[in-house]
Design a binder for this molecule. Structure first.
Ligand code: GDP
Ligand code: MG
Length: 837
């Protein structure tokens, strides 16, 4: 029924034409328009060889080239070379020399350009045909049962200077391909050119009707929603904040009563406004399918994007979702692509992995996620009236997201999570600690003295060992986070946080990355991908480092355990709280200045509650922890070796050699008693080690930066450990372990891989110069300032790399400077003000 329209690809070289409309879906359309191909512009073809890509054009005075497949999406009217035309429709003027030569041509352009094709999509019996009849003045048969409209009807009419062509599609509950109606709608929406989809929904049965809408959103079409049967909804006493819903979904929603013709003019006006892009309501949103499904979508989508032709027709995300759902026509289409086999293999793998993890079929996983989206959207906007209620909510939601109970429950849960992580985790942590100590000793005894011995025992076992014992705490933390995610509780927490977060200029969805940030910043930063608003995302990414990650925990445990005998839990809590507070203040600062609030609402999904399968929880826990283990084997190992080497070399300073000779002499001296020998050797060894520290590379570096950290009450070793902490925060502890190792030979049982004894070392440290000479380096005040420094200071390399990947160099640079300055300032204030008392 469609006659072939002239497109830009058909215009031969040297030809001129005027653009009448742009087809294709959102992304492509946007790209084309960005290049200057907009309605009413004149385009000159420079080069166009048949079947050859790309084609070269002059538009708006500059040369651009388009792929043939893209040019085919641009509908045009040809202009004979000499003719110039006037763009009358908007009163604006085409950039060419104007003189109206060809009236007929001008009319043709106008006619073609001012025709808007609108596809009516909706459930059976939602009132499509009523709408169609009222708008077109035709008299289609209106029936009170599904399936009356089996084939496609179209009708044209004029409205406010536009020709509107309505396409009445069969009613369907979804756009899969289980029935002829569904297939018909799917075919139409994917294969035909239309401008706008008018989604008619039955307002008295929103939950079911919106399912189809979620599929339209995935298709990334231009949507306008007619909230039909509005009369019935108000009669039932339901309250529906459709303006808020419209804001959340990113398209206009207009109440109508189609059977009586109410609201139809408003819908038509919205159609014209959207067509002319006059209104600013339209924004493309994504249905969030939850981390696991989203993680499957991304790589499939990447592979699909290699095929320019197909993604010019449908959005790659839509194809990926359909492929996961195993939609036959999508599978067929993919298999004809050059890399089709690869895409299908990957899809199959991902599908099977998800199905076995959830013990649920893929299509039900996806439809559950869609209903989760709908439930979340309705929960915020819809209150059922007294008479009759179609709204099905989970009973558990009545308690868990209750106005009064929700927050206390969440708070108790969070408290439990930290409590178990720290208290219960302390036991296995102790065992691991002892194991590492035993390994160190065994290896040390088994190996001959020498540089290799020192490297393995002091460098590797000392450094990595200081960190590995915290693995149980981290596993427990990740276990909790996985359980929260898998049961669906995390989504409820995010839902409740939404209002609170809005006050800071953020969105509730940021809650999940923040909670993950307590585990590790890297997956947390990656989890911000579910935030669609760029500013929300940036603000979240930049503040996640203030959520004290589990790698910082070893530092706190060491310092709190050593310097605070009372109220340890409270001290620890205060550190986490300061982190959160800093994040809040930073977000407010950013949203007040750089990221001005755009006041967009988002749907907070409420996915179904699930009893988590043990396998799935373990899998998630493992995914997160393996990252940590990998870090142990790479960054922490490398850092330990480097720090060891910087501390070990150079070995041949003059003082050191002189002292070594003296020690040898004393040991040979038979005039001294056994005790005297031991005593002298010990103090000489001490002096030798001290000399070595002064001279080794890391000692020199430490001395160099000491002036910067001294005002905070830190000595050079602390300064060094703060610097090495950039490799990974656990390295702060392992650095202290390496730096304080051999200085006090009197204390026999001190091994650097045991933080408990490292804690003795810390307590024994005295200042050897400056106004505080002879006084202990570490006081509770210094320890607290140090912990706050570690909390606020620049995140580790892995997190910086994640920030760079998600936000770019500029913001990575900002993070480095901002956090370093903030940490230094906070430690300075704590120390200087504390010293006044
Ligand atoms: P279709 O299946 O989507 O084409 O829906 P129809 O247009 O055939 O309408 C189904 C039934 O709903 C008919 O009986 C209409 O009269 C009725 N109807 C349509 N719109 C409205 C409305 O806004 N309010 C009320 N109360 N009834 C409506
Ligand atoms: Mg009908």
């Amino acid at each position: 029924m469609e006659e072939k329209k002239l497109t830009l690809a058909d215009i031969p070289a040297k030809g001129k034409c005027v653009i009448t409309r742009i087809h294709g879906h959102g992304g492509l359309r946007y790209r084309i328009m960005e290049m200057g191909f907009v309605k009413g512009k004149t385009v000159e073809v420079v080069k166009n060889a048949p079947l050859m890509d790309p084609i070269e054009y002059i538009v708006m005075g500059s040369h651009v080239s388009l792929r043939r497949s893209e040019a085919e999406k641009i509908e045009v009217v040809s202009v004979s070379d000499a003719a110039s035309i006037e763009d009358e429709y908007n009163g604006t003027i085409v950039e060419e020399n104007i003189s109206l030569k060809n009236k007929q041509l001008s009319d043709e352009i106008k006619e073609s350009r001012n025709t808007i094709t609108v596809a009516l999509v909706g459930n059976p019996n939602c009132g499509k045909t009523s709408f169609f009849n009222f708008a077109t003045g035709l008299h289609e048969k209106v029936g009170n049962y599904g399936g009356v409209t089996v084939d496609i009807k179209s009708g044209k009419f004029y409205h406010n200077g536009y020709t509107i062509e309505l396409i009445d599609l069969p009613g369907t509950y979804s756009i899969n391909e289980y029935s002829p109606e569904e297939l018909c709608v799917r075919e139409y929406l994917t294969k035909n050119d239309y401008d706008i989809v008018l989604n008619i929904v039955d307002a008295s049965n929103l939950e079911r009707n919106l399912y189809l809408t979620t599929q339209l959103i995935d298709m990334n079409v231009n949507i306008i929603m007619a909230l039909n049967m509005y009369d019935e909804m108000t009669a039932k006493g339901d309250k529906f904040d459709y303006k808020k819903m419209s804001n959340m979904l990113g398209f206009p929603i207009i109440p109508t009563t189609a059977s009586r013709g109410i609201g139809i003019k408003d819908v038509l006006q919205a159609v014209i406004d959207l067509f002319e892009s006059h209104q600013n309501l339209t924004r493309h949103i994504h249905i969030n399918y939850g981390n696991d499904i989203e993680d499957a979508i991304v790589p499939i989508k990447k592979l699909i994007e290699n095929n320019k032709d197909i993604i010019n027709t449908y959005p790659s995300r839509y194809i990926a979702i359909n492929a996961l759902e195993n939609t036959q026509s999508t599978i067929d289409e993919i298999s004809s692509l050059p890399n089709g086999a690869e895409i299908l293999a990957l899809t199959k793998e991902k599908r099977e992995k998800l199905e076995s993890a959830y013990t649920e079929k893929m299509d039900s996983l996806i439809s559950n996620a869609r209903y989760g989206f709908i439930r979340g959207a309705l929960k915020e906007t819809y209150t059922p009236g007294e008479k009759g209620n179609t709204w099905v909510a989970y009973k558990a939601d009545k308690i868990l997201t209750n106005k009064w109970l929700g927050f206390p429950i969440l708070f108790v849960f969070m408290w439990l999570m930290f409590e178990v992580t720290f208290d219960l985790g302390a036991y296995p942590q102790d065992w691991l600690d002892q194991l590492v100590g035993w390994i160190g000793e065994t290896v040390s005894n088994a190996m001959p003295e020498g540089i290799l011995h020192d490297l393995i025992v002091d460098g590797i076992i000392g450094g990595v060992g200081a960190v590995i014992s915290f693995l149980p705490n981290i596993l427990i933390l990740f276990l909790f986070i996985s359980i929260m995610e898998d049961t669906g509780y995390m989504a409820r927490a995010a839902f409740m946080m939404d209002k609170l977060f809005h006050k800071f200029g953020l969105h509730g969805r940021s809650f999940i990355p923040y909670i993950m940030g307590f585990g590790c910043g890297v997956p947390a930063i990656m989890a911000t991908r579910t935030l669609e608003n760029k500013k929300d995302r940036l603000a979240t990414i930049l503040t996640i480092p203030f959520m004290s990650c589990s790698a910082r925990l070893p530092v706190y445990l060491l310092f709190v355990g050593t310097f605070f005998s009372k109220g340890q839990g409270l001290i620890l809590f205060s550190i986490y709280a300061i982190g959160v507070l800093t994040a809040v203040l930073t977000v407010m600062l950013l949203t007040k200045t750089t990221f001005k609030n755009t006041s967009e609402d988002f749907v907070m999904e409420l996915p179904p509650y699930r009893i988590p399968t043990g396998r799935n929880v373990l899998m998630h826990m493992w995914e997160k922890s393996s990252q940590y283990l990998r870090k142990m084997g790479t960054v922490i190992l490398a850092a330990s070796i480097i720090i060891w080497a910087l501390e070990y070399f150079p070995t041949d300073s003059e003082t050191e050699q002189r002292l070594a000779q003296e020690i040898a002499q004393v040991e040979q001296n038979d005039q001294l008693s056994e005790d005297e020998i031991t005593y002298t050797v010990d103090s000489l060894t001490h002096a030798m080690n001290a000399a070595h520290f002064e001279n080794c590379y890391i000692g020199r570096f430490g001395k160099f930066i000491e002036p910067a950290v001294r005002p905070c009450g830190f000595d050079w070793r602390m300064g060094v450990s703060l610097c090495t902490g950039i490799a990974a925060k656990e390295v702060v502890v392992s650095t202290l372990g390496v730096l304080y190792q051999t200085e006090d030979p009197e204390d026999e049982d001190i091994t650097d891989d045991n933080p408990k004894s490292l804690s003795n070392k810390l307590q024994a440290q005295l200042w050897d110069d400056g106004p505080l000479a002879g006084k202990p380096v570490y006081t509770p005040l210094v320890a607290y300032g140090f912990m706050i420094f570690v909390l606020l200071s620049v995140p580790c390399f892995a997190a910086l790399a994640a920030i760079k990947r998600e936000a770019g160099w500029k913001w990575t640079g900002f993070t480095v400077l901002y956090t370093t300055f903030l940490a230094w300032l906070a430690a300075l204030l704590i120390y200087q003000i504390g010293m006044l008392f």
